[in-house]
Design a protein around this ligand. Structure first.
Ligand code: AMP
Ligand code: GLY
Length: 428
C-alpha cells in the first residue's frame, strides 16, 4: 500500500523508520520530511499545514493511508478532509483534536467526566482572571487556550508574574487568537510522565510510558523547550499505576468522547503529574510526543502500520503490540541558541560513525542537505540520538557514546538525560 506520513520532525522520522520496515508498504512518502527521513521515504516539498496541497498530492498519487504526525493539521481537519475524498488516515477528527486544540475544552471535559486534573478557571476578561489569581495565590499556572507550539504555559511563582502573563495573553496578544482565552490552574507538585494509548473511537490500547526532559539545561533548569531528551519505559509508571491511569483517566475519556459525539481515534498522549501514587492529567495531546515517539519506536517489536490502520478502522479490540523489554533513551541535539534564536546552515559530520552500534539510531529533525550534499542544521531541535540498553544507565552510556561521535560545533545537548530514572535504578 502507498503511505504518506505528514510532518518533518524527529517524531516523523521515527514513524517513517518504523513504517518503512512494514511488509505492507509498497511506497512511502513524507511531506515535507528532512535529510534523515529521505533515507526511509521519498520526501515531497509540501508543508505539514498546507492541507490543500496534501489533499491534491494524495489524490494525484493514489495514496491509500496517511499518518498525520503534528497537531496543527489535525486541529485544522486534515483527517476529515481525507475522509471526504475516501482516504483513511491515522489521527483524530478536528472535532476530537479539540482535546489539544483547546485547553479550556479539555478542562471542562475532565470536569464533566470526573477525570482527575488541577482545579481551574477559564477567562477572557482580565479583571476576572486577576481576581481568580488573587483568590488562589501563587504558585499558579496560566495557559493560553489554543495551540502555542508548547510555549503557552507560564508557571507563575508569584501573583505578579501570573498577572503579567494574563496581560500578555489577553491584552498583549502574546499568542494571537490562541491566547484570547486563558485557563488558570492550580500548580501541581510531583513527577511528570507521559502515557500513550492508541484509540479507535471505542477501545484504547496502552502503548508504553515515557518521560521527557522539557528544560534546556542540565538538572532540569533553564527555559522550557519541546523536549531535550526522553526515555521509555518510565519507571514511575508501574504496572499498577498504568492500570490506575487506564481506569481513572483514559477509560472515562474514551467513553466521554464517544458520548459527546466525538469518538477519539489516533494516538492520545496524556501528560500526567504523579504524586503519592495518584496521577492527575496535566494535558492531552492528540499526537505522539517528540522526542517520546523516538524511544517508543525503538522499543516496538511489532509492525506499527497494521496497528495504525486498525485504529482508523475501529478494530483495535483484540489487537496486541509487542515491545522489547530494554530501555530506550534519546538525547536531543539542538542548534546553539535554542530555544531562543539560533543559526541555520551549520554542517553536521560523523553521523555514520554514531550509528555503527546496532542499538543506536539517529533520528533527524531540523536537517537538510546543502549544495555539497552535507547534512546541515536548519531547525532548533536537529537530531535525536537514540539508543537501547538493558538498563537506563546502559542506554544512556550508549546514547552519549553516539553523541560524542557526532562532529557538530554548531550544536549542543544536555549531558544528563535519564538522571531521575538512573538515580532510582541505583538506589533500588
Ligand atoms: P502543558 O503544555 O499543559 O503540558 O504544560 C507544559 C508544562 O508545564 C508541563 O509539562 C508541566 O511541566 C508544566 N505544567 C503544566 N500545568 C501544570 C500544573 N498545573 N502544575 C504544575 N506544572 C504544570
Ligand atoms: N515532548 C513533549 C511534546 O511532544 O509535547
Amino acid at each position: 500500500m502507498k503511505v504518506l506520513v505528514v510532518g518533518g520532525g524527529g517524531r516523523e522520522h521515527a514513524l517513517c523508520w518504523a513504517i518503512a520496515g512494514s511488509p505492507l508498504v509498497t511506497k512511502l512518502f513524507c511531506a515535507p520530511g528532512n535529510a534523515g527521513i529521505a533515507q526511509d521515504a521519498e520526501c515531497v516539498d509540501i508543508g505539514a499545514e498546507d492541507i490543500d496541497s496534501i489533499i491534491r498530492f494524495v489524490q494525484e498519487n493514489e495514496i491509500e493511508f496517511v499518518v498525520i504526525g503534528p497537531e496543527a493539521p489535525l486541529v485544522a481537519g486534515l483527517s476529515d478532509k481525507l475522509l471526504e475524498i475516501g482516504v483513511k488516515s491515522f489521527g483524530p477528527s478536528a472535532a476530537a483534536a479539540v482535546m489539544e486544540g483547546s485547553k479550556g475544552f479539555m478542562k471542562d471535559f475532565c470536569a464533566r467526566h470526573d477525570i482527575p486534573t488541577a482545579a481551574y478557571g477559564r477567562f477572557t476578561d482580565v479583571v476576572e482572571a486577576k481576581a481568580f489569581v488573587e483568590k488562589n495565590g501563587a504558585p499558579i499556572v496560566v495557559k493560553a487556550d489554543g495551540l502555542a507550539a508548547g510555549k503557552g504555559v507560564i508557571i507563575a511563582e508569584t501573583t505578579d508574574q501570573a498577572n503579567a502573563a494574563i496581560d500578555d495573553m489577553l491584552e498583549g496578544g502574546a499568542f494571537g487568537e490562541a491566547g484570547a482565552e486563558v485557563v488558570i490552574e492550580e500548580f501541581l507538585g510531583g513527577e511528570e510522565a507521559s502515557f500513550f494509548v492508541l484509540c479507535d473511537g471505542e477501545t484504547a490500547l496502552p502503548l508504553a510510558s515515557a518521560q521527557d526532559h522539557k528544560r534546556v539545561g542540565d538538572g532540569d533548569t533553564g527555559l522550557n523547550t519541546g523536549g531535550m531528551g526522553a526515555y521509555s519505559p518510565a519507571p514511575i509508571v508501574t504496572d499498577e499505576m498504568a492500570e490506575t491511569i487506564m481506569e481513572t483517566i483514559i477509560g472515562p475519556t474514551m467513553k466521554g468522547m464517544k458520548e459527546e459525539g466525538k469518538p477519539y481515534k489516533g494516538v492520545l498522549y496524556a501528560g500526567l503529574m504523579i504524586e503519592n501514587g495518584q496521577a492527575k492529567l496535566l494535558e492531552y495531546n492528540v499526537r505522539f510526543g517528540d522526542p517520546e515517539c523516538q524511544v517508543l519506536m525503538m522499543r516496538l517489536m511489532s509492525d506499527l502500520l497494521p496497528a495504525l490502520i486498525a485504529s482508523a478502522d475501529g478494530v483495535l479490540k483484540d489487537f496486541d503490540l509487542r515491545w522489547y523489554d530494554e530501555t530506550a533513551l534519546t538525547v536531543v541535539m539542538a542548534a546553539n541558541g535554542y530555544p531562543g534564536s539560533y543559526d541555520k546552515g551549520s554542517v553536521i559530520k560523523g553521523l555514520e560513525d554514531a550509528e555503527t552500534d546496532k542499538d543506536v539510531t539517529v533520528f533527524h529533525a531540523g536537517t537538510t542537505l546543502n549544495d555539497e550534499k552535507d547534512v546541515c542544521a536548519i531547525g532548533g531541535r536537529v537530531l535525536a540520538v537514540t539508543a537501547l540498553g538493558q538498563t537506563v544507565a546502559e542506554a544512556q552510556t550508549n546514547a552519549y557514546r553516539a553523541v560524542d561521535a557526532i562532529d557538530w560545533p554548531g550544536g549542543f545537548c544536555r549531558r544528563d538525560i535519564g538522571w531521575r530514572a538512573i538515580e532510582r535504578e541505583s538506589s533500588s
